[in-house]
Design a protein around this ligand. Sequence first.
Ligand SMILES: Cc1cc2nc3c(=O)[nH]c(=O)nc-3n(C[C@H](O)[C@H](O)[C@H](O)COP(=O)(O)OP(=O)(O)OC[C@H]3O[C@@H](n4cnc5c(N)ncnc54)[C@H](O)[C@@H]3O)c2cc1C
Length: 441
Amino acid sequence: MKVLVLGGGVIGVTTAYFLAKAGVEVVLVERRRGLALETSFANAGQVSAGYAAPWAAPGLPLKALAWLPRKDSPLTIRPDGTLFQWRWIAQFLANCNARSYAVNKTRMMRLAEYSRDCLRALRDELYLNYEARTGGTLQIFRRRAQLDAANRDTEVLTRFGVPFRLLDEAGCMAVEPALQRVPGHVLGGLHLPNDETGDCYRFCQELAERARELGARFLLDARIERLLPGQGPGHGRIAGADVMVDGHSERLIADHYVVALGCASRELLLPLGIELPVYPVKGYSLTLPISDVTGAPLSTVLDETSKVAITRFDTRVRIGGMAELCGHDLTLRPERRAALERVLKTLFPSAGDPGRGEFWAGLRPMTPDGTPLVGATSIANLSLNTGHGTLGWTMACGSARLLADSLTGQRPEIDREGLTLNRYSRNEAGWGGGVMVPGLR
Ligand SMILES: Cc1cc2nc3c(=O)[nH]c(=O)nc-3n(C[C@H](O)[C@H](O)[C@H](O)COP(=O)(O)OP(=O)(O)OC[C@H]3O[C@@H](n4cnc5c(N)ncnc54)[C@H](O)[C@@H]3O)c2cc1C
């Protein structure tokens, strides 16, 4: 079997690896000159199964109303001129209730926990060097109300068997000694010892190398222009992909096609009548060299107040987060940089000089219910691996393994319930984002 993997971010690279490992002939097509140069480039680095939860949560609409007028609001909405933006927001709000939250969280945690196990197995087997750390993540609270909310949230962790510790200020300082330098700033925290961190970009480069050794080919600087619907006996199937390489259009033909194009997935599939509910949710990060090792975090610290994560790599620290709904706009806004610098200065003032930081923005490919789209479509030889939103690095290995097992006839190791586009069929979710296209059915 020959499979074309469309997109070379962390989702495409992991998919290519697991397919190649299963003996499949793989060609990955990526428009950039290298792999993982878009959203997978400078994310916050957390492999955080313990925090796998949809942003669409009960109470979020009220919180968002309070945030929106604030200058340093973690969430901003700017109309992008499409109806899709408002439909997506409406669908997101429709998920902000206790029942949907429980369903979505269950699906996300199932995949995220599995994914972390797959990542560990890969690391042990392949000795991947991506600046991994296994010290867990620490969410810190600076207000009493946050601590009370955390106490309530731990019920879910207990239900899912996720190990955790609720800590006071001294406990937080024991986990992250650099916090001793800023006494009085932290009231308490939630430590998830099973979480991990690492540089997603480096991971992609290392894993791609191993996939190459297994025979996978990576076609870079190659833009997929369109997927061709089959005609006649090929009706209901994809017949090929037109790809622009070196200014020339080439037709690539495979037995199966996997869409892993992140925020570009929706656009490519619209002409086929497949409407993916994947919206770009912009976030920012700032990465700086560490100048004082003892003043830097040891792993990831999540600041609940500003909703940003501060992650330690070998010799760098990265601070990232925020959410803007503003279409595909990647403008680097100075006020966002200033906000990231402020949080770093408050919690880890001597970690490094923010002025030397590399400022970056990326677009999270996000579904309204937070759960990715992994698996079949109604087109027989077309599958999806996209929509990983806030947790693509966390869920990449599990999603890729699940898809590779499904395509190669292996029994998947976790239940696929609720992970495919089917959940957005008109009857189930009211999205109407099914796959009804004249000519393809
Ligand atoms: C600020 C921020 C912080 C984050 N922090 C975390 C975190 O701590 N932990 C976590 O788990 N996740 C995090 N995420 C989310 C995570 O980074 C994403 O979910 C993940 O990178 C998505 O990977 P992807 O492969 O789907 O998309 P991408 O990495 O965007 O890959 C898609 C690829 O498709 C290519 N492509 C698009 N169109 C075409 C075309 N026509 N032809 C050829 N190639 C094409 C693109 O060039 C790109 O390389 C964060 C995201 C942001 C923005």
